[in-house]
Design a protein around this ligand. Structure first.
Ligand code: XMP
Ligand code: MG
Length: 175
């Protein structure tokens, strides 16, 4: 397989507990609407929200920019919009990975129009080197170099999402 383990299951689960502790502190005594960005964030979100103490409502948003390629097309389309009313609510958007930042910037614009009282972002992975637009991420699992990664929800052409760890994906078999 053209993949190589990069972040172990154990390391991921330990980090998720730390992020959840932080979110539990920041939103103590409040309610949260969690918006899971499909498809890649579904496993991270499932693990993260099970560590949260406050009442949580869950919604989903699906956007696309990549198709089956390794590079962003730069054009972000909403494939499924949120269905809950987030006006006046505390919202936490959960993303799989932030690369250029274009997706999260677009999502921020789309959700701000709906006027939530707080709008925070959690990303499982972050690639600071490939950023093309300035954006603030409130909770980051791991900063990683500019590799294409799969597993733990992340795919290459829809494959590898079920891996419990994160792996680097190589376009050719590693010699
Ligand atoms: P941007 O560039 O808009 O990209 O910040 C965010 C979206 O791009 C996808 N993406 C990846 N998917 N492995 C993946 O499986 C990667 O290394 C990777 N880098 C970016 C992802 O869908 C994310 O939401
Ligand atoms: Mg993808």
């Amino acid at each position: 397989m053209p993949i190589k383990e990069f972040l172990s299951e154990e390391k991921i689960q330990k980090r998720i507990k730390e992020i959840a502790d932080q979110i539990n502190k920041d939103f103590e005594g409040k309610e949260l609407i969690v918006i899971v960005v499909l498809k890649g964030a579904f496993i991270f979100a499932a693990d993260l929200i099970r560590q949260l103490n406050m009442p949580v409502h869950v919604d989903f948003l699906e956007v696309s920019s990549y198709g089956d390629s390794l590079e962003t097309s730069g054009v972000i389309k909403v494939k499924r919009d949120v269905s809950l009313n987030i006006n006046g609510e505390n919202v936490l958007v959960i993303e799989d990975i932030i690369d250029t930042g274009l997706t999260i910037k677009k999502i921020k614009e789309l959700l701000e129009i709906k006027d939530p009282s707080a709008l925070k972002f959690a990303a499982f992975l972050n690639k600071p080197e490939s950023r093309r637009v300035e954006i603030d991420v409130d909770y980051v699992g791991f900063d990683i170099p500019n590799y294409f990664v799969v597993g733990y929800g992340l795919d290459y052409a829809q494959n590898y999402r079920q891996l419990p760890y994160v792996a680097i994906y190589y376009e050719e078999e590693e010699k």
